[in-house]
Design a protein around this ligand. Structure first.
Ligand SMILES: Nc1ncnc2c1ncn2[C@@H]1O[C@H](COP(=O)(O)OP(=O)(O)OP(=O)(O)O)[C@@H](O)[C@H]1O
Length: 215
């Protein structure tokens, strides 16, 4: 589902990573550890086409991102990708249910039952009509996670999705991600500092300046 070939990225004269190789098959849930500042979020952004790598290739479902223009990249993101951002990016003027429903609506596949199921799965049942400003940080994070998986994307990228959650809620959210991977055959790359989160993954990797290695 995801293939990275000799990927390299630098900011100005400062290399973030280089010659990074990774293969993520469908149905695999992979945790990516790494020290703060090593480039985990940058890597997710390059995979999602939100940032451009300087060298190497990103292939999603066999498509090389470099062959796509802005529109093509946006379409691939909409159809194939679910992204949980560190900063959530929940839309403030939409209700909780509308936020979760957004990826489905954009694909013309609105499904209120699916939205309700996901809200229940992340422990937000009954809060669908609230606005994001009426939620806690941990609740917002769970809206972002439910939204990321709503359209059953082929690739789920999650940047510290349990950072604001208590252990029980974190376990529930990780179970949702695992179940989605199992049910839909998606691949999931989970960036985390949490050993407990990593323990629920099929494979644990560590990003270092030398590349990606088994942890
Ligand atoms: N837009 C930018 N311009 C210049 N340098 C940047 C930019 N974005 C990130 N960096 C630098 O690139 C490096 C990697 O940052 P990144 O956010 O990817 O790290 P991270 O591993 O996700 O860190 P954390 O675990 O703290 O979230 C850092 O040294 C950071 O300062």
């Amino acid at each position: 589902m995801l293939q990275l070939n000799s990927l390299g990225k630098r900011y100005g004269d400062t290399p973030v990573f280089h010659d990074l190789n990774l293969h993520l098959p469908r149905g695999e849930f992979v945790a990516l550890l790494g020290e703060s500042g090593v480039g985990k979020s940058t890597l997710l952004n390059c995979i999602a086409g939100l940032d451009r790598a300087d060298t190497g290739r990103v292939l999603i479902a066999g498509t090389d991102l470099a062959t796509l223009g802005e529109d093509g990249c946006a379409r691939l993101r909409r159809e194939q990708l679910g992204f949980v951002f560190q900063a959530f990016h929940v839309l403030p003027h939409l209700t909780v249910a509308e936020n979760v429903s957004l990826p489905l609506r954009l694909l013309g596949r609105s499904d209120a039952a699916r939205v309700n199921t996901l809200l229940a799965a992340v422990g937000l049942q009954g809060l669908g009509d609230r606005l994001p400003a009426q939620l806690s940080g941990g609740q917002l994070q769970r809206v972002a996670i439910a939204r990321a998986v709503a359209h059953a994307p082929g690739l789920i990228l999650a940047d510290e999705p349990t950072g604001n959650l208590d252990p029980d809620t974190a376990t529930r959210v990780l179970d949702l991600l695992r179940n989605e991977v199992r049910a839909t055959g998606a691949a999931c790359l989970l960036v985390t500092h949490s050993q407990a989160a990593a323990a629920r993954a099929d494979r644990v990797l560590r990003l270092t300046p030398a590349g990606v290695q088994p942890a």
